[in-house]
Write a protein that binds this ligand. Structure first.
Ligand code: MG
Length: 253
């Protein structure tokens, strides 16, 4: 290969890498659950999100009455309250695919065996004290299981968001979900970026560029329509969280 050719090939390679990095990435919302044998927040949904090559798989975490961490979306599931029931009784409940409701530990054990990033949402709990306790336990468990470089934290609670920033190792991505803070305010508290509802960015499309100028990332939930996905891809958001990862992957091809 002559020198000129080597230079042009190198430029092409760098451009390709930059393009790949700039491309919007896919996060499966509650895992990839709209497929056979899966269910929201099931271990199968995590494995299936990984098997189709999602950048990340999102899941929801509650702390039970006896301070156990479990994975589920709803505050009440099959008439049991997440915060008012003990872990043991919740983990006997069956998900739609026949799996038992997983503990966070069980879920992370499965997470160890896959490559997709673990997008861990802590649900808002009924006191700040409980949220601090839950964040402490989550961060300790992630450390013990050596998953620190695989996890990103998200929360609607500003208190929990700040606690993740305080307690997780420096550089761990923490995103705030509630949509009420400006890019500057997110930067001031130390967030990696905004993880906001599509409606927030429709109202404040300028926030996408503002976040990027501040060196922050943009994640958008829960985007299931192709036209909305395309609107966000055109604006170069970093991540789209979706119940339709295959539709998004097709658009990105
Ligand atoms: Mg969630």
């Amino acid at each position: 290969m002559n020198f000129k050719k080597l230079i042009s090939t190198s430029i092409l390679m760098v451009a390709t890498i930059c393009y790949i990095q700039a491309q919007t990435r896919v996060i499966a919302h509650r895992g990839f659950w709209k497929t056979e044998g899966s269910a929201q927040n099931s271990i199968a949904a995590l494995q299936k999100a990984d098997s189709i090559g999602c950048y990340g798989s999102e899941f929801d975490v509650w702390m039970t009455k006896d301070n156990q961490l479990v994975v589920n979306h709803d505050a009440n599931f099959k008439s049991k309250s997440m915060e008012k029931s003990n872990g043991k009784e919740l983990m006997e409940l069956q998900l739609d695919n026949g799996e038992k409701l997983p503990s966070l530990k069980q879920y992370l054990k499965a997470g160890k065996k896959v490559n997709t990033r673990l997008i861990l949402e802590l649900k808002s709990l009924n006191s700040k004290q409980r949220e601090t306790k839950a964040v402490e336990q989550v961060v300790a468990m992630i450390k013990k299981m050596k998953l620190e470089d695989r996890v990103e934290y998200i929360a609607f609670s500003l208190h929990a968001t700040k606690e993740f920033i305080r307690l997780a190792p420096a550089g761990t991505p923490v995103f705030y979900l509630n949509g009420d803070l400006s890019p500057k305010e997110l930067k001031e508290i130390g967030c990696a970026g905004a993880d906001y509802h599509l409606g927030v960015f429709k109202k404040h499309p300028e926030w996408i560029e503002e976040l990027h100028k501040l060196g922050m990332k943009v994640n958008v939930w829960t985007v299931n329509k192709a036209e909305d996905m395309q609107w966000l891809i055109d604006r170069k958001v970093d991540f789209i969280t979706t119940n339709e990862p295959l539709v998004l992957q097709q658009l990105l091809k």
